[in-house]
Design a protein around this ligand. Structure first.
Ligand SMILES: NC(=O)c1ccc[n+]([C@@H]2O[C@H](COP(=O)([O-])OP(=O)(O)OC[C@H]3O[C@@H](n4cnc5c(N)ncnc54)[C@H](OP(=O)(O)O)[C@@H]3O)[C@@H](O)[C@H]2O)c1
Length: 346
């Protein structure tokens, strides 16, 4: 089986691996795995209950970091990156799945602590596995991927506090994967969306086509400012962090909520308690990796009903397993637009 493999102090490459390698714990090393017939040991942590023939994966910011050998993401070596997979169940020890079922898995350690979706086969735990909803093709499920799943989680969180008639929603990192899907979802739900992007000239029309009503230059938010400023937003979806998130919080109106899911600008958050205690602003954390199964099912159910699949297709480009390695540095540099699906066995 073909797989992208990253190993410490070596550039990523596409290699032939066997199922023992894919089944084994990623951090024990390559013995008895890659390219030979050894092993077959279920291997504890790296093992799983469901074997999936992977059709599609996708490229996320985190995958770019893993492909670069970033030890914060690629936490074991050797590792097959790919935090998403979509495919067909080959064998299942879980009563929830049977051979032939179409399934999707986002996060849950894939491509970080266990072998991920950039391989023709994956051995996964059933605990986070979700059936691909009817109406969504396998390629579209991969296009949603972790970025779109996270956008949906962010919208679910916003909806608890903010209604469309409460005011403007700002989406930062707008032309990226999370941002693009968040704009499509929010505009489809009737929210008025301001897209904040560093690529206004290049991607402004694209962002309007997804449903944004206004596009602003991200430089407006990137500067450090006062802890409360003129209220502009009823809420926000932030995939950028740092001074941008601090500015969004400072510009959020009374009782608003900002869903924070990313750190494309930085992991720091230079703010004070003032937006929280003077404006009753809520900063809501969003985490896709460890989302419980019930929330995964809810989010995928909502993606099936609320995401315009025509818009999803319009923001999607496709690469092969051989080409994904070269895309890694581009997504980390903020040069990729929307979503990139990776054709694995599809
Ligand atoms: N919490 C979770 O579970 C979760 C899940 C998925 C992703 N994330 C995180 O969310 C972030 C976005 O992920 P993604 O897959 O959507 O990545 P992406 O496709 O690369 O999008 C990131 C976007 O952020 C903007 N950006 C990049 N560098 C920036 C900088 N220095 N300052 C300000 N803006 C910058 C760019 O948008 P513009 O060109 O439009 O400015 C870029 O397209 C990442 O930090 C990722 O790790 C977290």
């Amino acid at each position: 089986m073909r797989a992208v493999v990253v190993e410490r102090d070596r550039p990523a490459s596409v290699e032939e691996v066997d199922e023992a390698f894919l089944r084994g714990p990623a951090d024990v090393g390559a013995e008895g795995g890659r390219g030979d017939d050894g092993g077959g040991d279920d291997g504890g942590e790296g093992g799983g209950e469901v074997v999936v023939d992977v059709a599609w994966s996708s490229l996320n910011y985190k995958d770019g970091m893993a492909l670069a050998g970033d030890r914060g993401v690629a936490r074991v070596s050797p590792l097959v990156p790919g935090i998403d997979l979509v495919g067909t169940v080959a064998t299942s020890a879980s009563s929830r799945f049977a051979p032939g079922d179409l399934v999707v898995l986002n996060g849950a350690g894939l491509g970080e602590t266990r072998h991920g979706g950039f391989a023709e086969r994956a051995v996964v735990d059933a605990g986070s596995l979700v059936a691909v909803p009817a109406g969504i093709s396998p390629r579209q499920a991969a296009a949603v991927g972790t970025a779109g799943f996270t956008a949906m989680l962010s919208v679910l969180r916003l909806e608890r506090d903010v209604r469309p008639d409460d005011g403007e929603i700002v989406v930062t990192g707008a032309a990226g994967g999370v941002g693009s899907v968040a704009i499509a979802l929010l505009s489809g739900l009737g929210y008025s969306v301001t897209a904040s992007s560093g690529r206004v000239d290049e991607q402004g029309d694209y962002l309007l086509s997804l449903g944004a009503t206004t596009v602003v230059d991200r430089a407006e938010l990137a500067e450090a400012g006062k802890p409360v400023q003129r209220p502009r937003w009823a809420g926000g979806v932030d995939s950028v962090g740092s001074t941008t998130l601090a500015s969004v919080l400072a510009q959020t109106s009374w009782g608003g909520t900002v869903a924070a899911c990313g750190l494309a600008q930085g992991a720091d958050l230079p703010t004070t308690v003032i937006p929280f205690i003077l404006r009753a602003v809520t900063l809501a954390g969003v985490n896709s990796v460890d989302a419980p199964l019930a929330l995964r099912r809810e989010a995928w159910g909502r993606l099936a009903t609320d995401l315009d699949l025509g818009l999803l297709d319009s923001m999607t480009v496709e690469v092969d397993l051989d080409d994904v390695i070269a895309e890694g540095p581009r997504i980390v540099a903020g040069q990729v637009r929307g979503r990139t699906v990776v054709r694995v066995g599809g």
